[in-house]
Design a protein around this ligand. Sequence first.
Ligand SMILES: C[S@@+](CC[C@H](N)C(=O)[O-])C[C@H]1O[C@@H](n2cnc3c(N)ncnc32)[C@H](O)[C@@H]1O
Length: 193
Amino acid sequence: MTLSDFSPGMVRAARESLSNVEATFNFVVCDVQAIPFGDRKFDAVIANHMLYHVPDRRTAFSEIRRVLKPGGFLYAAANGRGDKSNISELGRRVNLDLFPDKVTDSNWFSLESGRRELEEWFSDVRLHKYEDTLRITESGPLVAYFKSFNRLSASELRELEKIADREIALKGAIHIRKQPGLLSAGKHALTAR
Ligand SMILES: C[S@@+](CC[C@H](N)C(=O)[O-])C[C@H]1O[C@@H](n2cnc3c(N)ncnc32)[C@H](O)[C@@H]1O
């Protein structure tokens, strides 16, 4: 099993968290647009919540296809376009547009658009939806999430905390709508590419 990411920090964190697991992992820092392995090496490629970061997805798909064995599968987790839409609404109440690219960019990789894109490269593309919601019962983790964007001042964060505390006191929790899912896509056993 080869575990990879573009970020050396992510690969280091994976290595550390798996240090007690008895299995042999190969850790690699690499860009999915230039996978440093030969053709037809892998039974499966898992690309979880990352394809929307990749500038040239056509190159990424061509690379993933190349390294898959015939009959192998790509599994790509992503979100539907409406995912966490009410967390973005919360951000807008303190004038923060959390995901401006997602809203305006028709090129954003979502479960809906991703399916169509994958169909150009793979066969038997299927969408597996995962019904889920996030129930937030304390404002602290929510404020920490907003803080991680580094785009809000201390007073805006305090304002956000007040809004969240009020809503939690009123309704018991803030329910965030989630639309995660997995796209599976096969490399047909008989295709040459
Ligand atoms: C939201 S995180 C998901 C991390 C992990 N796959 C998971 O599911 O927990 C997105 C990851 O995509 C990685 N990434 C972004 N562009 C990439 C690229 N071109 N090739 C490989 N990884 C990339 C980032 O470094 C980041 O770790």
